[in-house]
Design a protein around this ligand. Structure first.
Ligand SMILES: C[S@@+](CC[C@H](N)C(=O)[O-])C[C@H]1O[C@@H](n2cnc3c(N)ncnc32)[C@H](O)[C@@H]1O
Ligand code: SF4
Ligand code: SF4
Length: 334
């Protein structure tokens, strides 16, 4: 599912944010996607009958035509996931509720994945705005949490889901590093501890009928067989993969994923369809994904060779070793 950046501005400043290199900070004019380019992207996806799309940013709900973009996308029968920090202005929330009524939306056609930080780094304004959003969105909203320390206390997540009747799933991300940016991230040497805590949390979730959903970059070998079993039962499915995510910027530039944003920028209009873009990124990273990993032992791992685990997030070994020489991107054959 491609991720479309509606803008490059944000009203929050998360310590782990991997979009930082793409964010335009204070004092500069916001860079918003043009409505016509949204239409272009939907036409592009339609060519291969790809009817799912994610909107993000920056903070996508700050785009002045956010509601119009949602309406238009739904009218084209796309299933939408909006990645938001939940700091949604009241008039925008009201528009979303009107859209829900007007379109009589089937479950899952419009989902808001609300990136929620733990209490100690939330501001009062953030608390107020997120509470308002959860109350308004109810089961259209799903909590998302980025792990950037070993000792997070996850219990607050279930409290919020239960209090506001949110969708019973949690998106979990291991905060990935960004090459050349000073962001907080989760080191692979701590994965074992993190995964032990997460497995315990998954049992608590199971008691409330809440499932965990894992983002890219998790590794298999730091879980015991017993933990693998519990996580399998308590999650939407286990996969230990690495990209391509396929992010499309407001200027229609395209990159593999935020942490690798400097490595290869393609341009959407040079490609005929999503499949070609996917192939282009796979071509670039294929060899590395089959031979490298975040641990030394990945090099000899039979599960990596079988494709069961991709050895964690490539950005980790980029931080310590430079990327191989850039190949000149060519148009993939259709
Ligand atoms: C860059 S944010 C932009 C949208 C919105 N502002 C938000 O925070 O959800 C898009 C997605 O990236 C995730 N994210 C941010 N930094 C990350 C990191 N270092 N590693 C993994 N995911 C990250 C967020 O949780 C969110 O799901
Ligand atoms: S993760 Fe989202 S909310 Fe946080 S700073 Fe980045 S773009 Fe903003
Ligand atoms: S390098 Fe791979 S695992 Fe890391 S964020 Fe990108 S796609 Fe995900």
């Amino acid at each position: 599912m491609p991720n479309v950046l509606l803008n490059q501005t944000c009203n929050r400043n998360c310590p782990y944010c991997f979009a930082r290199k793409k964010l335009i900070m204070d004092g500069l004019p916001p860079k918003n996607i043009e409505f016509d380019d949204v239409v272009y992207i939907l036409d592009f996806l339609d060519k291969t009958n790809e009817k799912v799309i994610s909107y993000l940013g920056g903070e996508p709900t700050l785009h002045p035509q956010f509601a119009d973009i949602l309406r238009y996308t739904l009218s084209r029968d796309f299933r939408i996931t909006v990645f938001t920090n939940g700091m949604i202005e009241e008039p925008v929330l009201e528009e979303i509720l009107k859209i829900r009524e007007d379109f009589d939306i089937a479950e899952g056609m419009l989902r808001f994945v609300v990136n929620t930080n733990e209490a100690e780094i939330r501001t009062e304004e953030e608390n107020m705005m997120q509470r308002r959003a959860w109350k308004a969105l109810g089961d259209m909203a799903m909590i998302s949490f980025n792990i950037f320390r070993v000792d997070h206390d996850y219990s607050f997540i279930l409290d919020i889901i239960n209090e506001y009747g949110l969708f019973k799933q949690v998106r979990l991300g291991l905060a990935a590093p960004v090459v050349g940016a000073d962001t907080e991230s989760m080191s692979p040497k701590d994965y074992e501890n993190v995964l032990t805590r997460l497995t315990d949390f998954s049992d608590e979730c199971d008691e409330s009928d809440v499932k965990l959903g894992f983002d890219c970059g998790f590794v298999m070998c730091k879980l015991t067989d017993e933990q693998l079993g519990r996580l399998f039962r308590n999650s939407t499915g286990l996969s230990f993969g690495c990209g391509p995510a396929i992010d499309i910027g407001p200027d229609l530039s395209v990159w593999n994923c935020f942490p690798l944003v400097d490595e290869e920028t393609l341009y959407l209009k040079d490609y005929d369809n999503l499949q070609q873009l996917h192939e282009e990124f796979m071509k670039r990273y294929e060899t590395e994904l089959k031979t490298m990993g975040v641990y030394e032992e990945c090099a000899d791992c039979k599960y990596l060779k079988r494709g069961l685990c991709m050895g964690g997030c490539m950005a980790h070994y980029r931080v310590s070793a430079p990327a191989p020489k850039k190949s000149k991107p060519g148009k993939a054959k259709g």
